[in-house]
Design a protein around this ligand. Structure first.
Ligand code: F3S
Length: 391
């Protein structure tokens, strides 16, 4: 890989140990994936924030990097393992909270903005068409590539941190024009309305296509919330970091010859596969984190009702604050539902606390089963509120 004089200096450690380590990570990745050079990034989003995933070894790595490492570009974080303020409300232990605070403080020492969210595009980290970025969270990566037209691979926690500390990433994969073209054309012949319809479509496509990039046709008047659901699901079930969709993606598309169709039958089958016939004891909304519009809708649906089951609504702190100003948060809280800012039900330490989780997120279904061993009920928002408030 060809490095500039400045990059060579960083690699030689002339800017300190963290910069050297960060360059070593980027060069190693570049060599593995055949990159010829590094490119500058406009923003970074770093995963690997929950102490539940990091453990003491991960925390020690971050502390080592924080000794002299400082972010050179705008960098934000993925959800932490708890609400950084109201963690007691979520039943998080003192020991866990202490470690989680250390993790977030360590990132802050490096100059990383500690907004912990998988929807950075809701909190001021919104790249545009053609911008080169280095993001980690799979749903956000897919959203950035597919909906915003920005360019990012799916970074791991260490490689995203390395990008933040150097302002660079290796130019391979989705940074290259030729890798951003679709290889199969998908005609969607089903009416999609609910968030769950888009999550189910993502599962169907992910299951069928794996990491192949599709060109999706037939989506009509999609909302941001529907698209973030599709992005989260397709990235989870198939591992692709990108799709292109007619009327959605801003990039020019060369339509591929390979074709397939997805109809209502496949969508309904996917929904059935995500639901177990079980008594729900946990209702989880906000995967990816809720938008302000979703919070308003939830507040409306909960008005005058009390939840009878533990109910969490996950959201970015800044979005929660905006909702607070409108009185939306207090309306939700009056019902007994909890607003879980900065965190999510996948990275919070809740394994063993619940048996069956109801959600409208196909991604949350996947991880609730795989990581937390929960049974799941997959249902649209209105149905979730009915489940949560059922006596
Ligand atoms: Fe976000 Fe957690 Fe879902 S990071 S996309 S709420 S699994």
């Amino acid at each position: 890989m060809k490095l500039t004089e400045e990059e060579k200096a960083l690699l030689d450690g002339r800017d300190g140990r963290a910069g050297k380590k960060a360059m070593e990570i980027l060069v190693a990745l570049g060599n593995i994936y055949g990159a010829r050079r590094l490119v500058e990034v406009k923003s970074v989003q770093i995963a690997g924030v929950s102490y539940d995933n990091l453990g003491d070894a991960g925390l020690a790595f971050l502390q080592e990097m924080a000794a002299d490492g400082r972010a050179r570009v705008h960098a934000t974080l993925n959800p932490a393992g708890m609400d950084l303020i109201d963690w007691r409300e979520l039943g998080i232990s003192e020991e866990f909270a202490e470690k989680q605070k250390q993790v977030v403080e360590t990132f802050a020492r490096m100059g990383v903005v500690t907004s912990c969210t998988c929807t950075p595009y809701f909190v001021g980290n919104e790249p545009g068409l053609g911008d080169t970025i280095a993001w980690s969270e799979s749903s956000a990566v897919c959203y950035a590539n597919s909906v915003l037209g920005a360019r990012t691979n799916r970074e791991g926690g260490p490689s995203a941190l390395a990008a933040a500390l150097t302002g660079k990433t290796a130019a391979y994969g989705f940074h290259l024009d030729e890798k951003r073209q679709p290889v199969v054309s998908v005609e969607v012949c089903a009416p999609l309305e609910e968030i769950t319809d888009y999550g189910a479509l993502g599962k169907v496509l992910g299951d069928k296509l794996g990491s192949r990039v599709p060109y999706i046709k037939g989506l009509r008047q999609t909302t941001t919330d529907q698209l973030k659901s599709l992005c989260a699901s397709i990235a989870t079930y198939g591992g692709t970091a990108m799709f292109l969709a007619a009327g959605v993606s801003p990039e020019k598309v060369k339509e591929p010859r390979d074709r397939m169709t997805v109809g209502s039958k496949e969508i309904e089958q996917a929904k059935r596969e995500m639901s177990d016939d079980e008594e729900v004891d946990f209702v989880a909304i906000g995967c990816p984190h809720c938008s302000l519009e979703e919070l308003r809708e939830i507040a409306g649906l909960l008005q005058g009702k009390r939840v009878s089951k533990e109910t969490w609504i996950a959201v970015a702190r800044q979005v929660k604050e905006a909702a607070e100003e409108e009185g939306v948060v207090s309306k939700i809280r009056e019902s007994g539902a909890r607003i879980a800012a900065d965190t999510c039900f996948v990275v919070a330490p809740i394994r063993g606390r619940f048996r069956c989780m109801a959600t409208n997120s196909a991604k949350a279904v996947f991880y609730a089963r795989a990581k937390n061993r929960f049974r799941t009920v997959f249902a649209p928002l209105e149905k979730l509120i009915e489940i949560a408030t059922r006596p």
